[in-house]
Write a protein that binds this ligand. Structure first.
Ligand SMILES: Cc1ncc(COP(=O)(O)O)c(C=O)c1O
Length: 385
């Protein structure tokens, strides 16, 4: 069958290879310890579950949820942004509900890129950033993130001819997979860079609440105050442990929001109203679980780093996110290492190469199990080597 050539632009998916390796481990009778996905094991706050349960009893909650019907959620988002960042947005024109933030960052290039235009993306970076650009016929240009630069892009490394064709810069800090945070002044620099080269700035911000050592990171909208060229993507998957419910949102420049809404209108009708009710409860209800989540992640992080040190691996202590970005000793290819590891021990990690060429030489471990489980998994890695 002849399929669309644009599929060729989609990255070879090493996560599909890992999925097969995990299945082989299970088929061989190994107990799977899956530390390869950033899928929270922690409970959704009870008031969120209650709001969804209540919706389920309401027979009128099951219809399509067109834009007009998301007004309460959009208002809750605007209120949340005001409380958290002292940023004021118009819920009608500067807010857009999403079926997970990945849906938004994946669709954005269709709204802003002409075929052949360049999107500047982090390498390593989140795979859907690349996928969205490929589907839009854009040209991804990876900004290599190196430890010696704090995993920050080096603006002066971008060739002039690439910049001339660039239309979009996608950034994400706290960063998956490297767990890096943006230092003070970084966003001012990024916004100034985008002004200078007339770029749209998209900030993917799902780990907003997961700075483990330090302050709440700033919203790009508190730097690009006039919302001249920025759009920011948030998720309820991490902060509220709602990954499977698929809910997130975009806020920012009204032209960008309208354009993204136009693309979405061709594709989806938003999600079930009960999920939006849950999301409203999450954003407007008590936020004390965030402190607890950060404490849990700190304990897991510290236990995991100590366990790696005990097997002789030097792992930097991440200041943010729910991941360890682990340099692989011995320079072996990360996919092969992760495939062999899961088939031998049942411990699944993510190969760094799945996040881009500059991720090679690393594996990512998600802190989605209690300390004792992480310690046992890392001890198994020590024996496997
Ligand atoms: C950088 C980044 N963006 C987006 C997502 C997905 O978020 P959502 O569940 O809201 O689609 C993730 C999930 O791991 C992520 O790490």
């Amino acid at each position: 069958m002849r399929l669309a050539t644009r599929l060729q632009g989609l990255q070879a998916n090493v996560f599909a290879d890992m999925d097969r390796a995990k299945q082989a481990a299970v088929a061989a009778g190994l107990p799977l310890c899956d530390l390869s996905l950033g899928s929270s094991d922690l409970p959704v706050p009870p008031h969120v579950v209650a709001a969804i349960q209540e919706s389920l009893q309401n027979s009128r909650s099951f219809g399509y949820t067109l834009f007009g019907a998301t007004a309460d959620f959009r208002r809750a988002i605007a209120q949340w942004l005001q409380t958290k960042f002292a940023v004021t947005v118009d819920p009608e024109t500067e807010v857009l509900p999403l079926i997970g933030s990945q849906e938004g960052t994946g669709h954005l290039p269709l709204a802003v890129l002409e075929p052949g235009e360049v999107a500047l993306l982090q390498n390593p970076g989140y795979p859907s950033h690349y996928g969205g650009v490929a589907l839009a016929g854009g040209v991804p240009h990876g900004l290599e993130l190196r430890p010696e630069h704090g995993f920050l892009p080096q603006w002066d490394s971008i060739p002039k001819d690439v910049l001339a064709r660039a239309r979009l810069l996608v950034l994400s800090y706290p960063h998956n997979p490297t767990a890096a945070i943006a230092p003070p002044g970084f966003w001012e620099e990024a916004v100034a860079f985008c002004r200078r080269y007339d770029l749209i700035l998209a900030h993917d911000f799902p780990y907003v609440d997961f700075v483990l050592d330090g302050e709440l990171p700033p919203s790009v909208l508190s730097v690009d105050r006039d919302r001249e060229r920025s759009v920011e993507f948030f998720s309820l998957s991490k902060s509220y442990h709602m990954g499977g419910l698929r809910v997130g949102f975009a806020v920012g420049n009204r032209e960008l929001i309208a354009a993204l809404r136009q693309v979405k209108a061709a594709v989806d009708f938003n999600q079930y109203r009960g999920i939006l009710q849950g999301a409203i409860a999450a954003l407007t209800g008590p936020q004390d679980h965030l402190q607890q989540t950060r404490q849990i992640l700190r304990e897991r992080r510290d236990a995991a780093v100590a366990a790696f040190r005990a097997i002789g691996w030097e792992v930097p202590v991440p200041a943010a996110t729910m991941y360890l970005w682990v340099p692989l000793p011995g320079g072996q290819p990360s996919l092969g290492f992760c495939q062999d590891l899961v088939k031998t021990t049942g411990v699944a990690l993510s190969p760094g190469s799945g996040f881009g060429s500059a991720g090679e030489g690393y594996v990512r471990l998600a802190l989605v199990q209690p300390p004792a489980v992480l310690q046992a998994a890392i001890a198994a890695i020590g024996k496997f080597r």
